[in-house]
Design a protein around this ligand. Structure first.
Ligand SMILES: *Cc1c(COP(=O)(O)O)cnc(C)c1O
Length: 501
């Protein structure tokens, strides 16, 4: 069937019964006669012509070329958990949840509201925060929302001069970006040789114009910021707030709580710490938590418990619509469509219940043990710029033997030949050849040992046969790509591909 006929068939079927369009009787010929002349094509659209099997095979084969956590080890640092339990998918696909509409009256979806309310409570307990909202759609969106809460708090007290956010030079790029989007000025604070925040440098930046300090703990080098308490006290003393970037919360799970370290506002990346899918930049969810006294600024809608034990949704409404379900006047209002990413929220809820409260205490130590095991097993061949105990991840600065000329990029590409996803490379920017490795708590010792063997093998190849490493990958469907060209001149249409054949 050609494109036009196929398009007409779909059009006819979808307009059956609509006024003015009738399905042709006694005929398998579909015509465009029913369409107003102004919207009819004069010639066929230039679309690829192929049969269904060809299309199905094409996409099935493409999916086979993809590498995911279900194919092999995925030691990508700074992203924490790469594990999508099957039970999460089963729960998220239950018809009872899938068929819900976000505008359904609260009394018809108490089960879904219970998931929201339950997860808000679990996250509060795990982090030591007073209240959570699940509305932001990603970590970065949580950062922005959290900074808006902080700004609203200062403004509510008439403290308008607080316009600066202090951010360590080891921070993830989203931190300064979020501060800038929030209209705040970014002030960088240096790291010491040992990779932690330089408290003396921080002291010189503190005054009554500081709105907040953002910190990641453990930081992006996988190091625990042991002066977190002291830093929080200093920032609080000058009237600023402490923001916790929870992207690295994984090793802290069940062991330490940002609320107890003196943080006032934080986000959690459900797609990092709580096992929800992480591909292609999303879908994610970035709940934020606040300490006591800041709840009134949280965005809406909010799921809240009523006196009769049922759950309801509070929204920010204009004055003339206000009623018993109106939120506080001080709320930020909405930060996105409806209630965040419900499918992701369901998965995180399912994961936390599956692990259970007692076992949650094992998560952090296991992730930490796995990372330290890899680090110690490889540090004689890869350069470890900061030695010592790491948390869930650590950073090598390329190969130890710099005389081979093999770069971090070469090592990452060669790993693909051995069936491993590459670690995060060239981040953090503190070292030139960063190779950031994070195994997570979910991998077996056999898997980790296999990875260590391959990393050692590549270090040996760098000496004995550097060309094979430099020209890697050799076993993947596509060889080494020109990243810059691919980014600057992406081929995104079928026509362009056809012309270039
Ligand atoms: C991933 C990450 C972020 C941003 O989170 P997204 O969910 O990707 O928006 C912020 N900070 C750190 C340290 C991260 O690793």
């Amino acid at each position: 069937m050609n494109n036009r006929l196929y398009g007409n068939l779909i059009f006819e079927l979808s307009h059956q019964g609509r006024k003015g369009y009738s399905f042709p009787k006694n005929s398998y010929e579909f015509s465009t006669d029913a369409l107003p002349p102004a919207v009819r094509r004069s010639e066929d659209a230039e679309l690829p012509e192929c049969d269904e099997l060809t299309v199905v095979r094409h996409y099935t084969n493409l999916s086979g070329n993809n590498f995911g956590v279900n194919n092999g080890f995925y030691p990508l640092g700074s992203c924490t958990m790469k594990y999508n339990p099957v039970i999460n998918e089963e729960i998220a696909n239950m018809q009872e949840f899938v068929a819900l509409h976000p505008l359904q009256p609260a009394d018809t979806c108490q089960g879904a509201l219970e998931v929201y309310y339950g997860l808000q409570g679990m996250l509060s307990e795990l982090t030591g925060m007073s209240e959570f909202t699940l509305n932001p759609f990603a970590g970065a969106h949580g950062e922005l929302t959290g900074l808006m809460v902080i700004r609203a708090y200062h403004r509510s007290r008439g403290d308008d001069k607080r316009t600066k956010v202090i951010i360590p030079d080891s921070a993830h790029g989203t931190n300064p970006a979020s501060a800038a989007v929030c209209g705040l000025e970014v002030i960088e604070v240096k790291s010491l040789q040992d990779g932690t925040v330089d408290v003396e440098d921080l002291k010189t930046k503190l005054d009554d114009t500081v709105a907040a300090m953002m910190m990641t703990n453990p930081n992006t080098l996988g190091l625990y910021e042991k002066h977190a308490h002291e830093i929080a006290a200093l920032v609080h003393e000058c009237g600023g707030m402490m923001y916790y970037d929870g992207a690295n919360f994984n090793p802290m799970l069940g062991v330490a709580r940002p609320g107890d370290m003196g943080f006032d506002v934080m986000h959690i990346n459900l797609h990092k710490t709580f096992s929800t899918p992480h591909g292609g930049g999303g879908p994610g969810d970035g709940p934020i938590g606040v300490r006591k006294g800041l709840e009134e600024f949280l965005p809406t809608p909010r799921v809240v418990l009523k006196e009769d034990g049922s759950l309801t949704v509070r929204t920010s409404l204009p004055e003339y619509l206000k009623g018993e379900n109106s939120a506080d006047d001080t709320s930020l209002g909405s930060v996105g469509a409806f209630f965040g990413n419900f499918g992701v929220i369901l998965r995180a809820f399912s994961y936390i219940l599956t692990i259970g409260k007692e076992n949650m205490k094992m998560v952090g130590p296991l992730a930490t043990l796995n990372a330290n095991y890899i680090k110690e097993s490889l540090k004689d061949v890869y350069e470890l710029p900061i030695d010592g105990v790491c948390k869930h991840e650590f950073v090598f600065n390329g190969l130890k033997d710099k005389s081979t000329g093999i770069t971090t990029m070469d090592v990452a590409k060669r790993l693909l030949d051995y069936g491993y996803h590459a670690p995060t490379i060239y981040f953090p920017l503190l070292f030139h050849e960063s190779l950031m490795i994070e195994p997570t708590e979910n991998e077996s010792k056999e898997t980790i040992d296999g990875f260590i063997d391959v990393m050692r093998k590549i270090a040996q190849e760098a000496k004995d046969n550097p060309d094979i490493v430099k020209s890697a990958p050799h076993n993947t469907p596509i060889g080494r790509v020109d990243d810059v060209l691919a980014a600057k001149h992406p081929v995104v249409t079928f026509k362009q591909m056809k012309n270039e054949e």
